[in-house]
Design a protein around this ligand. Structure first.
Ligand code: KG4
Ligand code: ZN
Length: 360
């Protein structure tokens, strides 16, 4: 089985191709990051126009990269939500047009499921050192009748989702305010760092010269929910106190910026890891998946791997941030379970995870 996946929910135009075993045969991403960085965040109107410009060559390049033809495809998967309506519709219409022209079946994919199922995909040049790849490990856990605890952390979402052995998702907690990635982006702005903030905060946090004064943790005790607005405000207050916000004519002290970035990152990583491990223990999970753009964060990855008593699968970084291969992967799973969509498939900007159950 060969599946093409198309992703245009936010600011990356992407197309990827996977085979039956989850091997990534192609993953082409046209990033708009530099275009939006000028404005300090995503401008939806510009995003959709750029998708129109890039989509055709991105899809064509993915077929070339995989050395496949239209006739080789078994399904065309496309993100239909959640995301920006004006962006989603570009990928959806492309997928519908291709499906109509080629007769290849269409499968709508929930972007959030795409992030999680990226953990089942294997990059061609990735060494399989354990003798067992991530996909076999995760399928083995589900086959044993155990669930997988999934932490989804991206620019728009922070969710704890239980993946049951029947491959149905159950939402058990989420953010009450900002998503983790959104907090990284907003804090970066306060610290005078460029967009997107996550990689910038990770970079400057390595430059600390002394142990940073810790920031508080929002534990949201008794729930699996998260809150990141308090820590964002704490950073803002400390930045004001240290005289680096609002920006003055004098450039901010790199030491102060590095210390605040590190204290913020420590706080977010601590809360995400501690709560996910507790949830995995409570639900008797056999493995943990960490997915979404924030899962690219080095200290978060290290903390999960060193602290978890059960195996943790975190996709390689190129499959954590938005990409077409993860949509192809999720599409392949749902297609093999019988999912098909028709001309009536529409964009669903507010689509939630758990609302479209993966059928058994
Ligand atoms: O999943 P994604 O590519 O797009 C959405 O679906 O939202 O996630 C983007 C988010 C941004 O907020 C970005 O700052 C964050 O992921 N991010 C990171 C890192 N790389 C990307 N956050 C922390 N550390 C990183 N290394
Ligand atoms: Zn995403």
């Amino acid at each position: 089985m060969i599946v093409l996946g198309i992703e245009t929910s936010c600011d990356e135009t992407s197309a990827g191709i996977v085979d039956t075993s989850g091997n990534v045969l192609a993953n082409v991403v046209a990033s708009q990051v530099d275009i939006h960085a000028r404005y300090g965040g995503i401008v939806p109107e510009i995003a959709s126009r750029q998708h129109v410009i890039d989509i055709r060559s991105v899809v064509t390049s993915s077929l070339q990269q995989a050395d496949k033809d239209w006739n080789d495809l078994d399904a065309i998967a496309v993100t239909h939500g959640p995301g920006l309506a004006g962006s989603l519709i570009i990928g959806l219409n492309m997928a519908k047009g291709l499906s109509a022209a080629t007769g290849v079946p269409l499968v709508g994919v929930n972007h959030l499921e795409g992030h999680i199922f990226a953990a089942w995909a294997t990059l061609k040049d990735r060494p399989v050192d354990s003798g067992e790849n991530d996909r076999e490990l995760l399928d083995g856990v589900l086959a044993e009748g155990k669930s997988v605890m999934c932490l989804l952390v991206s620019g728009g979402h922070t969710e704890l989702v239980l993946l049951h052995p029947n491959r149905r998702f159950e939402l058990i907690g989420g953010t009450r305010d900002d998503a983790a990635g959104e907090a990284f982006d907003k804090v970066a702005r306060v610290l005078g760092l460029r967009y997107p903030g996550g990689p910038e905060i990770q970079r400057v946090a390595t430059m600390v010269t002394s142990e940073p004064e810790p920031l508080s943790r929002a534990w949201m005790k008794g729930t699996y929910d998260f809150s990141f607005s308090g820590i964002k405000t704490a950073v803002l207050n400390r930045a004001r106190r240290e005289g680096i916000y609002p920006p003055a004519e004098q450039p901010a002290s790199p030491d102060v910026v590095a210390n605040l970035a590190r204290a913020f990152q420590d706080s977010v990583v601590d809360v995400l890891v501690t709560k996910t491990l507790a949830a995995a223990a409570e639900f008797g999970c056999g493995a943990i998946v960490v997915a979404g753009g924030v899962a690219a964060n080095g200290p978060l990855r290290e903390a999960f791997h060193s602290l978890s008593p059960v195996p943790v699968v975190i996709p390689p970084i190129s499959l954590c941030t938005d990409n077409g291969a993860m949509i192809a992967m999720a599409g392949a799973m749902r297609f093999s379970e019988g999912a098909r969509d028709g001309w009536g498939l529409d964009v669903e900007p507010g689509l939630r995870i758990g609302s479209v159950a993966v059928t058994t």
